[in-house]
Design a protein around this ligand. Structure first.
Ligand SMILES: [Zn+2]
Length: 407
């Protein structure tokens, strides 16, 4: 075999195996190849294995100096497009002010929506670029970004246009999602909002290819099951896969409804109990856990350990957003999944790579195997577990996307 590039001097190459989402025990059965080499051609992995079994030739040899290599992190759940900040809310919450009162003072998510809807496009793009660069710096090579703070037809489209505009500005692959996030407070306006979303917004987003999936926040304080069903039906009619924010505070049947529509992922799951875990394990969906929310809000953790033990496919994400998860590191989310959701390190690696890719419907990133995109990280150390061990500070020394060094 002849490759364009050969990477050698890899103390350990750690990668999930198989294809698609890995469930239950398969999440921890990763390959760890000591003394590895990695061959890349046309931006894809051409060969991977022990360096002493490489029999090919290459145009360029890059010696990595005895450091570990892992697949690039996939962050499958962020809300990176917003305007303004929530610093006053944060200070008030730390001082014991209830969220309802923060909302009544004009703060909370409604404040972010007001500011986002009013922001010029350049401001939305610049803010998103800054946040995405922080996630990339932490090791993310593929990042999902949701709309959802616009609120109106025009402002939701503007958020998706901001995602499209930021995409060529950053080296990571960006996957856009339309999120139907916050219902109008006035109950009389809710029906009109659902009609707008199902008859105008979703068809327009599909027509302009502004999103790869439709997400809905299903919760007592957000959209009801009946409303979410209408959104999912519209997404299906438009040919877009669905995903959903479910079981964040209450298990009201959102997970089951999303699975009925073949959701590619169900996200949050802090309030999921045994029936929801069983349903997820029996489905093709990936459960996305968000330990940063648990840390920032001091709320329950999603039952990651119980989910894997029951045979679920689990992924981890930052949920980067101004209100519940100002977590500007995808690597930190992976590391927190071990402490907060009781994953073991190999499971956390799979959750942040192969399973996170599956949560986005992707099968060409998230593992280092022949034919995959050559998105990988050179760890600042000889043991791959540094990636999961490190809290604060980046354990990523170098990043390659499609075989090209970007940091
Ligand atoms: Zn979210």
């Amino acid at each position: 075999m002849h490759a364009e590039q050969l990477f050698t001097g890899i103390s350990q190459l750690a990668t999930p195996r198989g294809r698609f989402a890995l469930r239950g025990p398969a999440m921890r059965e990763i390959d760890v190849i000591p003394g590895a080499a990695l061959a890349v051609t046309d931006g894809r992995v051409a060969w991977v294995g022990p360096a002493d079994s490489w029999r090919g030739t290459s145009d360029v040899i890059t010696e990595l100096g005895g450091r570990a290599v892992v697949p690039g992190i996939v962050d499958p759940h962020t809300h990176a497009v917003w305007a303004g900040d929530r610093l006053a809310d944060f200070e008030a919450r730390c001082a014991g002010v209830p969220y309802e009162e923060i909302l009544a003072r004009g703060g909370g998510i409604r404040r972010t929506m007001r500011l986002t809807a009013a922001a010029p496009m350049e401001e939305l793009v610049a803010g998103a670029e800054r946040r995405l660069r922080a996630l990339i710096q932490s090791g993310a090579t593929t990042i999902e970004v949701k709309s959802g703070y616009g609120g109106t037809y025009e402002a939701e489209l503007a958020s998706l246009e901001a995602i499209a505009a930021v995409t060529p500005l950053v080296p990571a692959r960006i996957i856009p999602t339309l999120l139907v996030h916050v219902p109008p407070r006035d109950t009389a306006e809710r029906d009109a909002y659902i009609t707008m979303a199902t008859e105008q917004l979703i068809p327009e987003v599909a027509r302009r290819r502004l999103a790869r999936a439709v997400d809905v926040f299903i919760e007592r304080e957000a959209f009801s099951l009946a409303e979410a069903r209408a959104i999912f039906e519209a997404a299906r009619d438009a040919g877009l896969p669905v995903k959903a924010h479910v079981d964040q505070f209450h298990a009201i049947g959102g997970l089951e409804l999303a699975l009925e529509f073949g959701a590619i992922s169900v996200d949050h799951l802090e309030a999921s109990g045994a029936p929801q875990i069983q349903a997820l394990a029996a489905s093709s969906a990936v459960g996305v856990i968000l330990p940063g929310v648990t840390i920032h809000l001091g709320v329950n953790a999603a039952p990651g350990r119980a989910m894997i033990d029951a045979g679920c496919a689990v992924a981890v994400a930052t949920d980067l957003n101004p209100g519940s998860a100002p977590i500007f590191s995808s690597q930190l989310a992976m590391a927190l999944a071990v402490r907060v959701n009781e994953l073991i390190p190999a499971e956390a690696l799979t959750a942040a790579t192969a399973n996170a890719a599956a949560a986005l419907g992707l099968d060409d990133v998230g593992r280092l195997a022949e034919g995959q995109r050559a998105d990988f990280l050179v760890v600042d150390g000889e043991d791959w577990r540094t990636m999961v061990y490190t809290l604060g500070g980046s354990p990523v020394a170098e990043m390659y996307i499609a075989g090209v060094r970007v940091t």
